[in-house]
Design a protein around this ligand. Sequence first.
Ligand SMILES: C[S@@+](CC[C@H](N)C(=O)[O-])C[C@H]1O[C@@H](n2cnc3c(N)ncnc32)[C@H](O)[C@@H]1O
Length: 216
Amino acid sequence: MFEETILSRRLVPAFKPKFHRVMKQAQRFSMVSKKRMQSLWRLLCRVERDRVPGDYVELGAASGGTGLILCAHARDATLERQVWMYDAFEEFDPPSAVHREVHDLLFEVNGFDPGRVHLVKGFFDATVGGRPPRPIALLHIDASGYEAVRCGLDLLESLVSPGGWLVFDNYGVDEGVRRAVHESLAEEAREVRLKRFGHTQAYFQCALVLRTGEAE
Ligand SMILES: C[S@@+](CC[C@H](N)C(=O)[O-])C[C@H]1O[C@@H](n2cnc3c(N)ncnc32)[C@H](O)[C@@H]1O
């Protein structure tokens, strides 16, 4: 039912057949529910439709599920887009995934171009700032806790292109995530319309394309 709603929106028809293929594989490697992954895909399609320039960036890759969605979408995008996936992998306590396995999933199983997909191991505060300052079309923050989310926002929010999207999984279930998002918005005095998808996911569009309060 939900899937039909997404597809009926006619967001970039050329992407439809791939949507099913990608989702099937991504589900096997993700902690994120199918519906939230569909919501993420829909936002990527909006970025594509609106020709928002920039890369796709993910903080919290784990086993690579949602990252696969970003990579598959970027591969066929009409604008040149790179994908940046960050995670501490084995350094995190407890570790959620093994870096080598995610590397193989991306580059050997799926054949993504290592010149355009970057899998970066390490804690966000040590790695994310080292990224070249390229514009971002969609920033997916899928980590828990105030520090991790705040670090991502402090380092990357200013790179998100007008019309680009910031997506937070864990928003509904983690008080630290909510605090980081709200503090950051308040400090920037940003008036955005924070939208919810289900209980867990929240997202907003970066300035100016939608006026505050305008319906999606
Ligand atoms: C909820 S999981 C990501 C789920 C993934 N997107 C998926 O599709 O299943 C959160 C991940 O964030 C990573 N993480 C959390 N805090 C981090 C930090 N400060 N630096 C680096 N990685 C972090 C963890 O290692 C974990 O793999």
